[in-house]
Design a protein around this ligand. Structure first.
Ligand SMILES: Cc1ncc(COP(=O)(O)O)c(C=O)c1O
Length: 423
């Protein structure tokens, strides 16, 4: 039996009990597929700053920050203050609130291609809304996206990540092409362009392994989409943390629509679509062409927290996080080298994905380190580090050099545990 797995089980007995209980009512033990692992998922009871605390009272540095959304860490005091003030004044009503305008204005000011915004409850819903707009504008049904791309858990999008589900999801509505291969997108558009409403692309694939989309690739895909009469949708749900104007500003690209989510809700459920006024106009209630609503869309608590989270993500903080992530990246490579482990990373700003193989993938999660990453993930938990099961890391603004050096030491110990176990 694996020492790493045995240690994890010993460390997390109360989480094991909680897992047994939840599995009786929720098959798999969590409604959230991306937060499940074996032998049992951790139950976390509290988060503060860069740290979380589990049901057994153990402390972890949170290196994934709810998949990039807690860009200021847990219980960030200015967000707690704004959200609790709003909660005390009521959490939702069937009318407008000031926070919605404030967050919309902030996003429009920051993201050049965004002239008007609509909010949703999640990034998945942002994808649904972007698709709705593209269908209404073009009168077409289908989409084109990257194989291994992730735009949320909507049937039309699932195909990219979970190819095996293709037979009964999305097959009639979704074309795929190869990430970082503009020819492959152009070819699909040449053949099927007249039926494609929108081309979706992540400027950096998050779920796909923090894979940077080459700028020329993004430019060519955008151009080919527009030439085919389709809308070019850039999904910045994760990458908005890479600059105050999103990754599109770093690359100088101007999509027709931008999907947002995660950090713009300050830790509360959120999504948004931004775009040119001519597209967003379909929702103008004085001459409606389409309808979009939701009971909790633009709710005052999310908006209050989101305004603080977004405004406090300054370029200076973005640059500091990127520097810290680079420091961590260098340390991780050095530790792996000393242990003789095959190792590579994809890093983009404050995000990183580790791979226990010589080459990091460039077109999606094409990896052959399933055993190593699974064991390293648990070894890292044993050493007090929480990341994504696939080895993704996203830092927060409340981390400093001392914290990163502590993380690097713990990661080195986890790698040594892995090396020992692999023999
Ligand atoms: C690039 C991207 N788009 C969309 C989504 C979906 O967002 P949500 O999980 O809020 O529905 C995600 C979630 O991880 C994402 O990474």
């Amino acid at each position: 039996m694996s020492d790493i797995i045995e240690t994890y089980k010993k460390n997390t007995r109360r989480s094991a009990k909680a897992d047994e209980r939840v599995k009786r009512s929720i098959i798999g033990g969590n409604s959230r597929g991306a937060a499940v692992w074996q032998p049992h998922t951790l139950t976390v009871e509290r988060g503060e700053g860069s740290q979380v605390f589990d049901a057994d009272g153990r402390e972890y540095t949170d290196l994934i920050n709810n998949f990039t959304s807690l860009v200021h860490g847990h219980a960030y005091p200015p967000i707690v203050e704004a959200a609790t003030r709003q909660i005390a004044q009521g959490t939702a009503w069937t009318a407008n609130n000031h926070g919605q305008a404030e967050l919309a204005e902030t996003l429009i000011e920051r993201i050049p291609a965004t002239e008007s915004v609509r909010f949703t409850n999640s990034g998945t819903e942002a994808g649904m809304l972007a698709l709705q707009i593209a269908r209404a504008i073009t009168g077409r049904l289908k989409i084109l996206m990257s194989r291994f791309g992730y735009h949320g858990s909507l049937m039309e999008f699932e195909i990219g990540t979970f190819g095996g589900f293709l037979d009964f999801h999305g097959a009639d509505t979704t074309h795929t092409a190869t990430y970082n291969d503009a020819d492959s997108f152009e070819q699909v558009l040449a053949e099927h362009g007249s039926e494609i409403a929108a081309v979706f692309v992540e400027p950096v694939m998050g779920a796909g392994g923090v894979v940077r989309g080459e700028t020329e690739f993004l430019e060519r895909v955008g151009k080919a989409a527009n030439e085919a009469g389709a809308l070019f949708v850039v999904d910045e749900v994760i990458t908005y943390r890479l600059s105050t104007g999103g990754e599109q500003m770093n690359r100088g690209i101007e999509p027709d629509l931008t999907m947002l989510g995660k950090l713009i809700g300050g830790g509360f459920p959120v999504g948004a679509v931004g775009g040119r006024r001519e597209y967003m106009k379909i929702f103008d209630p004085t001459e409606p062409k389409s309808f979009h609503s939701g009971t909790f869309v633009g709710n005052p608590v999310t908006m209050a927290a989101g305004v603080v989270s977004t405004r406090e993500l300054t370029q200076e903080r973005i640059d500091t996080m990127a520097g810290l992530c680079d420091r961590l990246d260098v340390s991780l490579h050095s530790s792996a080298r000393k242990l003789g482990l095959p190792f590579s990373t994809n890093r983009e700003g404050s995000m990183l994905n580790v791979f226990f193989q010589h080459e990091a993938p460039t077109q999606g999660p094409l990896r052959n380190d399933e055993k190593e990453i699974t064991l390293f993930y648990l070894a890292a938990l044993n050493r007090g580090l929480l990341m994504a099961t696939r080895g993704m890391i996203a830092l927060s603004t409340v981390m400093d050099e001392a914290r990163i050096d502590d993380v690097a030491e713990r990661a080195a110990a986890a790698m040594a545990d892995l090396a020992a176990e692999l023999g």
